[in-house]
Design a protein. Structure first.
Length: 244
């Protein structure tokens, strides 16, 4: 079951906020009954009408985008900046990102119109791994890497244990390339983790999401997930363990 306003938004009728307004104004019926309560949940077989017109549920679609830097992980932006939705002019469904990547971070981002699927993948209890490659100022020492691996205290709490590797160093420029694998999704988490141990991020890219990677894609390109990949992601969330 899903919240009524989400069902209306996913059907392409209106934004979530506008859908809530339509409900409050008594313009939505479920199985012939006017619904004005925002918390109402409906089943797929329920008949939902908006202003007297029955809505049709969109077919679920799933995409993998190689997000460039300088792009907002949103479907709209009040500052008229480029958003990830702009890379899908050919997609009629109301897709949106699963989670987000910072404006200055590039890499793998999933897009869908399947709310249950998105919520499943974002739930922290399933511990789905995301792999990031960061270029940082300075050269992390072994004890600092261990701190990141154990979990460090940020302003919003201690991070979960991470997998960390220093892939390369440039002693002349005093920079390093560091790989971090985390399963949390806090705001700007990787940047904050590295800054906390004294290594500001110069460049950041998400290279993997669970078993998915960016092979074959350039920045700004996208592809549709295969049914098998969707099934594996659902299975991964159900079990909480990564299966390749």
């Amino acid at each position: 079951m899903e919240r009524l306003q989400k069902v209306i938004a996913h059907a392409g009728i209106a934004s979530r906020r506008k859908a809530e307004q339509l409900i409050l104004e008594g313009k939505v019926r479920v199985n012939g009954k006017v619904i004005k309560e925002l918390g109402t949940k409906v089943k797929p077989q329920d008949r939902v009408e908006v202003e007297g017109v029955q809505i049709e549920q969109e077919k679920p679609v799933y995409f993998l985008l190689y997000k460039p830097t300088g792009v907002i992980s949103s479907v709209t932006d009040d500052k008229d900046r480029k958003t990830v939705r702009d890379y899908f002019p050919y997609v009629e469904e109301r897709i949106y990102p699963i989670g987000r990547l910072d404006y200055d971070t590039s890499g793998l981002l999933l897009m869908t119109n399947d709310g249950a699927f998105a919520n499943h993948l974002m739930h922290p209890k399933y511990e789905i791994e995301k792999t990031y490659i960061a270029k940082v100022k300075g050269i992390p020492q072994k004890h600092e890497v261990r701190l990141l691996e154990k979990g460090i205290r940020l302003e919003d709490g201690v991070t979960a244990p991470a997998k960390v590797r220093v892939l390369s160093v440039d002693k002349r420029k005093q920079t390093s390339i560091v790989e971090l694998v985390i399963h949390e999704g806090r705001n700007r988490q990787v940047r904050r983790m590295l800054e906390t141990v004294g290594y500001p991020v110069v460049k950041l890219k998400r290279e993997r999401y669970a078993f998915l990677d960016l092979v074959g894609l350039n920045a700004g390109e996208a592809r549709e997930l295969t049914p098998h990949e969707v099934k594996k992601l659902n299975s991964l969330a159900d079990t909480g363990k990564e299966r390749v």
